[in-house]
Design a binder for this molecule. Structure first.
Ligand code: PBG
Ligand code: ZN
Length: 293
């Protein structure tokens, strides 16, 4: 919520973290996701509030539809055929590009530094770059979710956003995890379209992809340590033997154990070792504290 946001980001900044990635979520979803580009939407308000109250923090905003659209997909859905089967509903890539551009522009108007399109539509970086430039926002950067896999590690995030697809899955726009060369093609495409930072997502099961991206491209490389990876660490540190004896710890403010700390440091170091220049992680504040100590 907006009232907790400023306090939270001030804390984040004090710990030495230089950038935040914002995700908006609306509990009033609609079939076209129009809330995603509302002038007074939660993301736009959040960006304006941070800009007004906090100096020297880089604000990056997620650009997608899944937190706002009733069916939970990352794009506009078009019906075809009999409309009875899941296959009769397809994602309208090019229609979605127009909406993503509108979302990016609404964030630009609010004062964002970078937009981060995560919908995995073909041509999204180019469409957004052109829309921003046309309105005079040449200085706003783009963090491309370049190689984003259709992963089983997104569960907790989707639960938080209420963005689990109501039909079908995201495999028509997110990547097949059996494929590694495609990641390099996707990254190259994002760079050609004007991305300023490229990203691999998830991180831990994709260290090979991070490594290859680092070897092949000379651009800032981000890796996203996603919600399921975070949840695994939390579950592991609470359970002693293969989940048999788990403490029912529900309070997130309880001190983090030494086991968990060491585990997190090992995981994040491996992501860095593979080649990531930036890591997006839910462990950020804790890690920043440990690194300071
Ligand atoms: C989709 C999106 C996803 C995440 C962030 N934005 C993946 C998805 O739902 O398919 C996952 C983040 C996480 O799991 O931490 N635009
Ligand atoms: Zn999405």
């Amino acid at each position: 919520s907006i009232d907790n946001l400023v306090k939270d980001i001030e804390e984040t900044k004090k710990l030495g973290i230089k950038a935040v990635l914002l995700f908006g979520v609306s509990h009033k979803k609609d079939p076209m996701g129009i809330g995603a580009y509302a002038k007074n939407g939660i993301a736009q308000k959040a960006i304006r509030t941070i800009r007004k109250n906090i100096k020297d923090i880089v604000v990056i905003s997620d650009v997608c539809l899944c937190g706002y659209i009733s069916h939970g997909h990352c794009g506009i859905v078009k019906a075809q055929g009999t409309r009875h089967k899941a296959q009769d509903y397809i994602i309208d890539n090019d229609e979605t590009l127009k909406v993503l551009s509108k979302i990016a522009l609404s964030h630009a108007e609010a004062g964002v530094d970078f937009v981060a399109p995560s919908a995995m539509m073909d041509g999204q970086v180019k469409a957004i770059r052109e829309a921003l430039d046309k309105q005079g926002y040449q200085d706003i950067g783009i963090l491309g979710y370049s190689a984003k896999y259709a992963s089983n590690f997104y569960g907790p995030f989707r639960e938080a956003l209420g963005s689990k697809p109501q039909f079908g899955d995201r495999k028509t726009y997110q990547m097949d995890y059996r494929n590694s060369d495609e990641a390099l093609r996707e990254i190259k495409q994002d760079i050609d379209e004007g991305a300023d930072i490229i990203m691999v997502k998830p991180a831990l099961s994709y260290l090979d992809i991070i490594y290859r991206a680092k070897q092949n491209f000379n651009l800032s490389l981000a890796a996203y340590n996603v919600s399921g990876e975070y949840a695994m660490v939390k579950a592991y540190s609470r359970c002693s033997v293969l989940g048999v004896r788990c403490s029912k710890r529900t309070d997130n403010r309880e001190p983090i154990t030494e086991t968990e700390k060491n585990l997190v440091l090992e995981i994040l170091t491996s992501i860095k070792r593979a080649g990531a220049d930036l890591i997006v992680t839910y462990h950020a504040k804790e890690v920043a504290k440990w690194l300071k100590q």
